[in-house]
Design a protein around this ligand. Structure first.
Ligand SMILES: *Cc1c(COP(=O)(O)O)cnc(C)c1O
Length: 351
């Protein structure tokens, strides 16, 4: 606390990212990064962009990147908004679309940045509890509200809703923006992007951080009809006109165009996830059915925090949330098969 702070600052509850420590021989399964490097074409494009042109500002509209995303998802460039990571896109969404007289709804167990943004932008919220099976029950969202946001697949559970359910939610709230955060959709979910032409209240958010192995580049995007995208553009141009530098725009274009790398990498991660799920289940873990690049698992005989610490002593990092209902779960990112084997070895020592 300091007398120099704006009053809101002392009320914030900043998001706590998973740690990025320097430990020798570390198996890092705590922040849902991709275990494989990005496409070589992305690295070449970024190298080419690292030229004397860096003295020039980048395209503030990121038009070529928006066009590449539009082609990939069957929309127009005007229906695409890009930002410095989907976290920044989400921040603009909270500021520009989710603050109304009636409360914003989202699941009680979900991406913890939602409550952080709600505080920053002073948005009234209602957290809707997941069911006993840690599923989102959309009937619970059938209540007066100003807007809805949920991840599909949900985080940190990894559980996905079918597209038909998402469509029913969007169709039953025609007067509210409904935001679907698809950070993990490429690992087994169904994207709602194809519904955007049909529903003016639907906004779909995705990121290059997970399925395109570019967490370090910071690129995310949203797809929606013009009125929603225009709100985001107005907020962005009231905040930072150049959120994506030249290397980020060039790298992201190459990433979206390298469909072969994308298909190959996500297939490898899905196959590793299925093997890791079987290994954990064989050791007594309850593993929630995951459509993401992580699993959420608990062991009936061991506390989550104890397991997390014992793994850390063996240089294996996983994510633990000290929150009611999920404090015995570990969120384990899918690594390479060698990394998953190191995790299992460490667990066999501990259990
Ligand atoms: C990782 C993640 C994001 C943010 O990704 P960026 O790296 O900021 O693009 C957004 N939503 C969810 C649910 C995530 O897990």
């Amino acid at each position: 606390m300091s007398k120099y702070w704006s009053p809101i600052v002392s009320k914030l509850k900043p998001y706590v990212p998973g740690e990025q420590p320097r430990i020798a021989n570390l198996v890092k399964l705590n922040t849902n990064e991709c275990p494989y490097g990005p496409s070589e074409k992305v690295l070449d494009a970024i190298a080419a962009a690292a030229s004397s042109d860096l003295r020039l500002y980048p395209d503030p509209l990121a038009l070529k990147l928006r066009q590449a995303i539009a082609v990939r998802y069957g929309v127009t460039a005007e229906e695409v908004f890009v930002g410095n990571g989907s976290d920044e896109v989400l921040a603009h969404i909270f500021a520009g679309l989710l603050k109304h007289d009636a409360p914003l709804l989202y699941p009680d167990i979900s991406y913890s940045f939602y409550s952080t943004y709600a505080r920053l932008f002073e948005i009234d919220t209602v957290e809707i509890p997941l069911s006993d099976r840690f599923e989102i029950d959309l009937a619970d969202y059938d209540r007066p509200c100003g807007a809805i946001i949920l991840p599909n697949p949900n985080a940190p559970t990894g559980i996905a809703l079918p597209l038909a359910d998402i469509e029913r939610l969007v169709a039953s709230h025609p007067d509210q923006p409904v935001v679907i955060d698809e950070a993990y959709v490429d690992f087994g979910g169904q994207s709602a992007a194809e519904l955007v032409s049909k529903y003016e209240n639907l906004l779909v958010v995705q990121t290059f951080s997970k399925s395109r192995a570019l967490a370090g580049l910071r690129v995310g995007f949203a797809i929606g009809q013009r009125p929603l995208i225009e709100a985001l553009e107005r907020v962005k141009d009231s905040f930072n006109s150049y959120p994506l530098g030249r290397p980020a725009q060039a790298g992201a274009i190459a990433a979206i165009e390298d469909e072969a790398w994308f298909e190959d990498t996500r297939a490898k991660i899905i196959a590793s996830r299925d093997r890791l799920t079987a290994e954990l289940t064989a050791r007594g873990f309850e593993v929630l059915p995951s459509s993401a690049n992580f699993v959420f698992a608990r062991h009936p005989g061991h506390r989550g925090e104890t397991l997390m610490k014992a793994l850390r002593e063996r240089a294996v990092l996983v994510r633990h949330f000290a929150k009611p209902r999920i404090s015995d779960f570990l969120r384990i990112t899918i690594g390479t098969d060698a990394e998953c084997a190191r995790l299992i070895e460490a667990l066999d020592e501990i259990l």
